[in-house]
Design a protein around this ligand. Structure first.
Ligand SMILES: [Zn+2]
Length: 62
């Protein structure tokens, strides 16, 4: 087996920050993929409306 574990940082889909799995405050599995979050606020926002963050890749429409 030469499959390496992915220990690299993942992108927090809500704020766009790089979060390492070890340092992540929270994580959610959405459609078979694990997402890591820098804060509970981000995970809650994602959980409430995952499609919003996956489609509109951190678009600031202000
Ligand atoms: Zn975040």
């Amino acid at each position: 087996m030469k499959r390496e574990r992915n220990e690299r940082s993942h992108k927090d889909p809500v704020c766009g920050m790089e979060v390492s799995p070890i340092a992540a405050v929270d994580q959610l599995i959405h459609e078979g993929k694990t997402y890591y979050f820098c804060s509970e606020a981000c995970s809650e926002a994602f959980e409430a409306e995952p499609a919003r963050y996956l489609r509109h890749h951190r678009q600031h429409g202000m």
